[in-house]
Write a protein that binds this ligand. Structure first.
Ligand code: NAP
Length: 277
């Protein structure tokens, strides 16, 4: 009798108990009848490398990496995709047969797929995108928007120097706007993206004036807890096309699941419901 190995994967961060990824992966594993497991792992910074070197020996085929380890993991991985190098962070690891750790970043893919699904008429080339925030998630969003053909990105961050650094890394199609002027960039935009943590449960509200929002503009928020942030409610009120951030979380997981478990899962209403449960 041949014994088949049960593939293991998981998500590493700290804290991790709130993560929706285990519910999402369990749903896909069950839907596809795959005998695999996906586990949340609370790992402290000082233990990250030792844990990552041990997991492949325990039958793990890969892992998702979340806050606060997305940047640190870049110094541990043996191979890094061009995309992750440009962004400066990784969220998906593949443990290769030869023992090497390959790091990739699928946040930008998740962001674009979510927009394509939530706002099918949206075209990156149709006009400037206004991006609020310049943290790790913003870097993935900016990379993906430039790749998709956005003619210009208006970028505003509380800490201006962080936005300037992003412009230095990503080039001339980015225009930095002072945080106190952030509201002024909305009336030029075909797409508005909140990549800050403002508006999230337990965090302060986004205070940027939103009266510049124009009808028909696509507005998306990376915050998905709550699902309908005040930004998205204001967008709906103004006749914009609101797209919530949950889909980004679901779509960014697709490439990892396919790589680890051999099936490309779909993101549908049942997937959303499973992640929200
Ligand atoms: P990060 O690197 O820590 O960046 C945080 C961003 O929020 C920075 O731009 C920061 O500005 C801004 N910010 C925080 N507090 C602020 C305040 N009081 N006033 C103004 N700006 C403030 O975090 P991240 O990894 O980019 O994540 C950002 C958000 O995106 C989080 O809520 C995260 O959960 C969410 N996210 C969602 C998905 C998804 O799949 N939907 C994926 C990735 C991230 P400063 O530079 O001035 O500090």
């Amino acid at each position: 009798m041949t014994e088949t190995k049960i593939p293991l994967a998981g998500v590493i961060g700290t804290p991790i108990a709130h993560s929706r990824s285990p519910r999402l992966f369990r749903h896909w594993l069950t839907t596809h009848g795959i005998a695999g497991h996906y586990i949340p792992m609370d790992v402290a910074h000082e233990n990250l490398e030792a844990v990552l070197r041990t997991l492949p020996k325990m039958g793990f085929v890969g892992a998702n990496i979340t806050i606060p380890h997305k940047e640190t993991v870049m110094g541990i991985a043996d191979q890094i995709s061009d995309r992750a190098t440009l962004i400066g962070a990784a969220n998906t690891l593949i443990f290769r047969q030869d023992g090497k750790i390959h790091a990739d970043n699928t946040d930008g893919y998740g962001f674009i797929e979510n927009l394509r699904n939530g706002a099918p008429d949206w075209d990156a080339k149709s006009g400037p995108a206004a991006v609020l925030g310049a943290g790790g998630a913003a870097r993935a969003v900016v990379a993906a928007l430039l790749d998709a053909g956005a003619p210009e990105i208006l970028l505003s961050n509380r800490t201006r120097v962080r936005a300037e650094r992003l412009k230095d890394d990503f080039g001339t199609r980015i225009r930095v706007i002072d945080w106190v002027q952030a509201g002024n960039m909305l009336d030029e935009a075909a797409l508005v993206v909140n990549t800050t943590s403002l508006g999230m449960v337990g965090k302060p509200e986004l205070r940027v004036p939103l009266d510049g929002l124009r009808k028909g503009v696509v507005v998306t928020d990376l915050v998905y807890s709550p699902l309908k942030t005040n930004l998205l409610l204001a967008a709906q009120e103004a006749g914009c096309v609101p797209v919530d951030g949950l889909g980004m979380l679901l779509y960014q997981a697709v490439p990892g699941f396919e790589r680890w478990f051999g099936v490309r899962p779909v993101v549908d209403n049942a997937t959303r419901a499973a992640a929200l449960r």
